[in-house]
Design a protein around this ligand. Structure first.
Ligand code: ZN
Ligand code: CA
Length: 274
């Protein structure tokens, strides 16, 4: 897999792209749509750089999944959505429902470790926000997360810039913010691992409107690390693009994690008569 074009860094004029038009931008849009799973073989032959029938169908599918007016043309609303910072994970276009569940951990106790920290935010803040992000999930489903300094862990967390050893190099500021790998057997040795682009303007301050809220993005990525794909429901934490801080799970996210792990188990102390 290669890096999708960072639409926010492209010089896109106000031109509306529609059927039978061509240009360098069309090539970039096709790469973007292909990367995120919208250009599909059944849409017919693709002509690179031409706004052909397959491209139009892919744009329609993208618009449908993002709740945009389905015009099939590359209009301003569609370009604006594509230019938003987002998760690097493929959007597997779901059929019908909202959340998608891909695979699950077999155990309820999940361990994690930091392989590296950010150059933008303090280590203690990252550790606190990661714990809070895991709490969002463990409060709603039968999983518990614990940091482990040594030994093999389930989820390895790192900050990196550009190429960083997997096949998904980061792309500089904006564009892709982070990505994560599903539980085994998906992802092979990287299963569960979660990577953040250290070229982003990360913040741990929910009031900082200029920054990207680290806790929000971490909670989204950990949704992948426990086995959820992207949701097509705007307002779900597992929606692919970032529109500001969201430090809570939506009902769709809760339904998703409980479909994999069930509700939180009742602890022994809760059963004790008072
Ligand atoms: Zn994602
Ligand atoms: Ca980026």
């Amino acid at each position: 897999m290669t890096t999708p074009p960072n639409i926010s860094q492209m010089q896109i004029n106000d031109m509306l792209y529609a059927r039978d038009m061509a240009g360098d931008e069309v090539h970039a849009i096709q790469s973007y749509l292909r990367h995120y799973g919208y250009l599909q073989d059944q849409f017919g032959a693709l002509h690179d750089g031409e706004y052909d029938e397959a491209t139009e169908k892919a744009v329609r599918l993208y618009q449908c999944c993002f709740g945009l007016p389905v015009s099939g043309a590359l209009d301003q609303a569609t370009l604006c959505e594509m230019a938003k910072p987002r998760c690097g994970f493929v959007d597997i276009p779901p059929i019908g429902g909202a959340f998608t569940a891909i695979s699950r951990w077999e155990q309820s106790d999940i361990t994690y470790r930091f392989n590296s920290f950010s150059t933008k935010i303090a280590k203690a803040d990252i550790e606190r926000d990661v714990a809070s992000a895991f709490d969002l999930w463990s409060e709603q489903c039968d999983l518990r997360f614990a940091m482990s300094a040594d030994g093999t862990v389930d989820i390895e967390i790192e900050f990196a810039q550009g190429a960083h050893g997997d096949e998904n190099p980061f792309d500089g500021p904006s564009g892709v913010l982070a990505h994560a790998f599903f539980p085994p057997p998906n992802g092979g040795p990287l299963a569960g691992d979660t990577h953040f682009d250290d070229d982003e303007n990360w913040t741990c301050n929910v009031g900082d409107s200029q920054g990207i809220d680290f806790l929000t993005v971490a909670a989204h990525e950990f949704g992948h690390a426990i086995g959820l794909g992207h949701s097509r429901q705007r307002g779900a934490l597992m929606f692919p693009s970032y529109s500001g801080p969201q430090r809570f799970l939506a009902p769709d996210d809760i339904a998703g994690c409980q479909s994999l792990y069930g509700p939180p188990s009742v602890s022994d102390t809760d059963n004790c008569p008072s």
